[in-house]
Each structure stands twice: as structure tokens, then as C-alpha cells.
Design a protein around this ligand. Sequence first.
Ligand SMILES: NC(=O)c1ccc[n+]([C@@H]2O[C@H](COP(=O)([O-])OP(=O)(O)OC[C@H]3O[C@@H](n4cnc5c(N)ncnc54)[C@H](OP(=O)(O)O)[C@@H]3O)[C@@H](O)[C@H]2O)c1
Length: 290
Amino acid sequence: MKILITGAQGQLGSSLATTLTPLGTLFAFGRAELDLANMPSALRTLERIQPDLIINAAAYTAVDRAEVEMELAYQVNAEAPMLLAQYCSHHACALIHYSTDYVFNGQKDSAYTEEDEPDPINVYGRTKRQGEVGILESGCPAFIFRTSWVYSLTGRNFLTTMQQLGATRDELRIVNDQWGSPTWTYSLARATFAIIDSLAQQPSLLKAIDQHRGIYHMSNQQLTTWYDFARAIFALAPTTARVTGIPSSQYPTPAQRPAMSGLNNQKLKDHFDISLANWHDALQECLQNT
Ligand SMILES: NC(=O)c1ccc[n+]([C@@H]2O[C@H](COP(=O)([O-])OP(=O)(O)OC[C@H]3O[C@@H](n4cnc5c(N)ncnc54)[C@H](OP(=O)(O)O)[C@@H]3O)[C@@H](O)[C@H]2O)c1
């Protein structure tokens, strides 16, 4: 099986590139090899390689910058996934795409299910939702895995930011009224591996993906706040900085964030018998690797 991964130098993309190796021949492409802002060239690359499966881990992920770079965010998060899906519809190729908890407005008081109506409150969330719709409307065999609060030991994310600030600041003031589930890239990569591996046992992977096509929530389990996530990080990797919880109103950002963006993963369990680890266990395993 030929698997093409986009965004292979991103946090999730690089975890996928390491984890999925046993599944077949991997083409792990960063932006230099496959640029989603230059789709004519990207589509020529696909025609040359003829992958059986495209895993789109590339995205415009700068949530605050997206408020001003709307066009680029739209191109990468909305238009490109739609064109990848259209490519798959016209070739014997399936698509795995990742989306975000930020498609929701955050007003619910419990974790969101796939049945809940998206209502993004920032540009990033809107472009990611447009990407989902473009894929669903293409009718191609595709999984859209919505995830949340992604981190790893590399790249710019909450964990690496806390590690850096914890080493240089005396005090850290962290938002304590946004709820979600921190998700380790290797939890996502392992779950993605397990799903492909089990469906690849069937006579046609393409048909197997088509039978289950749609959106699935995929995150580490249990909810927390950014403040408690920070405290958990520093309990495992101590800092001398004082860590204080603050309301979002004291930390204004260009893009609004949903107050609640937990994802209910029951559908993933029902279809594939897969549950990701509790977020705290995943964090512990991640930090043990340092
Ligand atoms: N990060 C989160 O907290 C979070 C939360 C929920 C969902 N997600 C979703 O999870 C997926 C993986 O995100 P991540 O956290 O791994 O993000 P990431 O670390 O920012 O990686 C995204 C990758 O996409 C690449 N990229 C950006 N523009 C591109 C383009 N025009 N062509 C090709 N590649 C391009 C980036 O390359 P450069 O480094 O060159 O820019 C980067 O390597 C995304 O779909 C994201 O929306 C992320």
C-alpha cells in the first residue's frame, strides 16, 4: 500500500510518519515536497505517486494569525482538503483528514458529539469546518478525525511553550475557564495506525473506509483546563515559577476560543473498538520519552 502523508514535518505529521511505517510504502512530504497552497503542483505530485491513501496532516494552525491571514488559512484548510478529496473521488484512493474541536462554539456544558452542530467562532475554526464540508460533499472514501489541544515534544504547542516559559519566567498566568482534552500526537498516530491496520485486513481497504466514511472525534480522554494541564506538566517536570489560574477575560487574544471543546469519542469506540488513553496518562508517557 502506498500512503502519502502531507504536513509530515508538523507535530502530528512527524508522529504519523514514524508510526505508520509498517503499513506500507510511506511518502512523508513536508511543505517543500507538497504545498497545499499550490494545488496544481500538489495534484501533479499525486498523479505521479498514485497513492492508495492520503493522510492530510498539513494545516494552517496559527489560530490567532488566521484572523488576519484569512485567505491563506482558507486555501490550506478549506480549499486544499476539498481538492484532495476530489482527487480521491476520481482515483482509487482514500483520504484521512484531521479537523478540530474549534468547529464548535463552546456553549455546550458537556463534551461534543459528531451529531452536534458546528458553529465556529474564529477564522481557523471556520476554515477547518469548510474543509470538512468539502470532503463530505466530494463523496470520497474519507475519515475526518476531529481532535483537540494537540501537543508533542517538538514544534510549537502548549507543552513546549510551558517548558520554555517554566524555565525562564517567575510567574505564569494560565487560563482556567476553557475546557478540553489535551491530545498527544502519538495517541492520534497509534489510533490512526490501528484503524488502517484493521481495515487493511479486509479485501478492499477503499471499500472498508467507504463503509465507515464520516467524522469521528479522536482525542485523549477526560476534560481539563489549560491551567490544570500546565499544573500537570509542572508536576511531572517541575518549575520554580508560580503558576496562577486566570479567566480568559484577563488574557485577550485576537481569536476567540470556545469555553468548552471536549470531544465525546463514543462513535470511534463503537465503529473501531478504539479508545485513546486518559490525557494525563498520555502526558506522563510523552514526558517519560524526554
Ligand atoms: N495543534 C492543535 O492544537 C490542534 C488542535 C485540533 C486539531 N488540530 C489539527 O490537527 C492537525 C495536525 O496539526 P498539528 O498540530 O500537527 O499542526 P502543526 O504542527 O502546525 O503542523 C501542520 C503542518 O502543516 C504544514 N503546512 C502549513 N501550510 C502548509 C502548506 N501550504 N502546504 C503544506 N504543508 C503546510 C506546516 O508546515 P510549516 O511548518 O512549514 O508551516 C506544518 O508542518 C491539523 O489538521 C490541525 O488543524 C490541531
